[in-house]
Design a protein around this ligand. Sequence first.
Ligand SMILES: Nc1ncnc2c1ncn2[C@@H]1O[C@H](COP(=O)(O)OP(=O)(O)O)[C@@H](O)[C@H]1O
Ligand SMILES: [Mg+2]
Length: 237
Amino acid sequence: MNDNKILKVSSDETYKCIKEKSNENLNLFENIIGYEDVKKIFKMSLNSDKPVHILLVGPPASAKTLFMLEFLKLERSYFTLGSHSTKAGMFDYLFDYRPRYLLVDEIEHMPYKDQTSLLSIMETGILTETKSQKTRSTQLKTWIFATCNNKEKLLSPLLSRFIIFHLKPYNRSKFIEVSNGILLKNDIPSDIANEISEVVWKRLKSKDIRDCIKISRLAKTVEDVEWIAKTLNQYRK
Ligand SMILES: Nc1ncnc2c1ncn2[C@@H]1O[C@H](COP(=O)(O)OP(=O)(O)O)[C@@H](O)[C@H]1O
Ligand SMILES: [Mg+2]
């Protein structure tokens, strides 16, 4: 990931990013195909003097996590999974390192208690925590970028503090464009890449780009693609 050094700080998918470059020339979003308008708004948010929080809501494999990983390139960014906010000590991290960008993937799994703490950070920048009858408090300037599959488990005051983008499932032409783009980038020959994208959409009736990536790892020829698709179809539920 560029010149950034990513340290895996624990085994629970929480990473911290130590950057050695400024936020310019980061090739932010270089790994994401399409979504040019969404990328533009994210860039506007990054250029804003005051935090603008953004939530991506969308079906699986719509590049939500990919967006969060791109933001790890930013200086003073911190990535965590909603389900790990307490376990990974997200609030200790916020107090200790005061990140400028907090990236929460799958925020719908964040416990309500932690969602409530986010409300205050998002509105006023004030972070408060009460532990063992002791309260500590600090002021932060932190942008929150988050993702979720399903908004229903999120507190409505939390939702109202975000700009929300609903990513739609890919249509056929977008699916083929994204799939081919990824496969070509992974050095899959174009005839095989094309075949995989078409077969996954048409024969497997899948809208999941991950299926294309899986087949691309198995197939060495166009015939392999055909055969794998036929076999997968036979064993489908
Ligand atoms: N627009 C896109 N550009 C590049 N890769 C994509 C795009 N959409 C999906 N993918 C690929 O699909 C897979 C799933 O993406 P991910 O960000 O993990 O999805 P989500 O978090 O929305 O479930 C990844 O391998 C990713 O590279
Ligand atoms: Mg994801």
